[in-house]
Design a binder for this molecule. Structure first.
Ligand code: EPZ
Length: 418
């Protein structure tokens, strides 16, 4: 297992280019199951999670070809319909194969994803919605066994605005018989990117990005060419790093309209932000002001940036109340930040962060993807030696060569094999 080492204290300066969005690429690659032929995807990030979904889909007979930044996906010869536990347990998002397999193949056997570090992560809304479209589902020995003759359109209301739940049903509905109306849908940019891909394939979808999506089933789909949107969570992580280190960083190739909640909080914390068409310049303040925060579904402050923003608040002036409203256990990074000298008190889904003048280097353990990013950020400002972030396979799931990008911005950071 690799580890990342950081000698903190250097302000970050320069330009960094954002990679493609993990959480757009995963459903879009899954959507290639919906029809045969060769899809051409660009700006697909080089991440462990992308490798995982490619491995699972290859077992189903899908072929992948990487050609100079274009990922060609061909599912002409679909053979299987099972996503095995040993792969699904490493990436919950494998549940995104359920909708497309049912649409294309009429059956699917997907390991129940189970929980993860940040919460129970149920899929009841995925299953309930598919059942309303005529799918027979039974759970057996940890697997979801699903089959259907012909998917039929349905009126579906999501009790909770679920991102992958919305995506799964969108993919199941595009060739269902009749109209599907989805209400209380997630509005994340990744949903819109999937809808754009599905429309390129010939689907009839409207309302994506709002809380009501209407899909009219079509007979056939065709292979498509699509460019994945930039990763707003990676972009936000660099913006927070600039504010934290008192640096001056231009985050290039991002969508500023995806970052409004974060930019508002960074400005409140004292950062100076300049927005251009596809880049954001962040200049860190001399003194970081404490800011209260509540995570919400898009367009609210993203839960996937909560841990990173908490690292910033650890060295702010004053106290910050951070409320995590999306997942029930997303404060695992707190115990590791405390080991670096942070003063954080947890009370249920709220964390009270008392800002300190400094953090101190320490060996720390990554536990989930975004928690590990917050530890790297803390290491960038920690004093007194080297911070060692262990088990960074968590980090590699969602960040493409993070330490190289930080090194190019002037950080004293490197990776070692453990
Ligand atoms: C997606 O997860 C993202 N993953 C997560 O990013 C992100 O944190 C999350 O959305 C919220 O934005 C991908 O897109 C691959 P949800 P997802 O269903 O879809 C409850 C990262 O770091 N719920 O929107 O699994 C659930 O418990 C990852 O990149 C049900 O109750 O999240 C949660 O409280 C972490 N029943 C809430 O909805 C269901 O059937 C939102 O979860 C489904 C969800």
């Amino acid at each position: 297992m690799d580890k990342i080492l950081i000698k903190g204290g250097k302000p970050l300066n320069g330009n960094v280019k954002v990679s493609g969005a993990k959480n757009a690429a995963l459903p879009i690659i899954a959507a290639c199951l919906l029809t045969g032929g060769s899809h051409q995807l660009q700006n697909v990030p080089l991440l462990r999670d992308i490798d995982t979904i490619k491995r699972i889909m290859s077992k189903l007979g899908v072929t992948f070809r990487d050609e100079k930044g274009t990922l060609e996906v061909n599912s002409d010869d679909l053979q299987g319909h099972e996503a095995p536990y040993d792969l699904v347990k490493t990436m919950r998002a494998s549940i995104l194969l359920l909708g497309p397999l049912l649409a294309r193949y009429g059956s699917a056997k997907i390991s129940l994803p189970g929980g993860c570090a940040i919460g129970a992560r149920p899929i009841n809304l995925h299953l309930k919605s598919l059942a309303s479209m005529g799918v027979d589902i039974y759970l057996d020995h940890g697997y979801v066994n699903a089959s259907v003759g012909q998917l039929k359109g349905a009126d579906i209301f999501f009790d909770v605005a679920t991102v992958t739940g919305t995506e799964n049903i969108m993919m199941a509905a595009v060739t269902a018989r009749g109209k599907t109306v989805l209400k209380n849908t997630a509005k994340e940019p990744e949903i819109r990117d999937l809808a754009d891909m599905l429309r390129s394939m010939g689907a009839d979808i409207e309302g994506d990005g709002t809380d009501t999506i209407i899909i009219r089933g079509v007979e056939d789909l065709r292979p498509a060419r699509h460019t994945i949107i930039p990763d707003r969570i990676e972009a936000g992580t660099f913006m927070i790093a600039a504010a934290m280190t008192g640096g001056h960083v231009t985050v290039e190739g991002c969508r500023p309209e995806h970052q409004e909640a974060l930019m508002e909080k960074l400005e409140a914390a004292g950062a100076n932000i300049k927005v251009k068409e596809d880049s954001v310049l962040v200049r860190g303040p001399d003194t970081i002001e404490s800011v209260d925060l509540k995570t919400m579904p898009f367009p609210g402050f993203p839960t996937d940036l909560q841990a990173q923003f908490m690292a910033l608040m650890c060295i702010a002036k004053g106290w910050s109340m951070i409320r995590e409203t999306v997942f029930e256990n997303r404060f695992i990074h707190v115990s590791e930040l405390r080991r670096m000298g942070a003063d954080i008190e947890i009370n249920g889904n709220q964390a009270l962060v008392r800002g300190k003048d400094r953090l101190f280097s320490a060996p720390v353990m990554a536990t989930d993807l975004r928690a590990s990013a917050s530890l790297v950020l803390a290491g960038l400002v920690a004093e007194g030696g080297r911070t060692e972030v262990q088990r960074i396979y968590h980090l590699d799931r969602g960040y493409e060569a993070l330490e190289k990008k930080f090194k190019n911005l002037g950080a004293n950071i490197w990776r070692e094999k453990e």
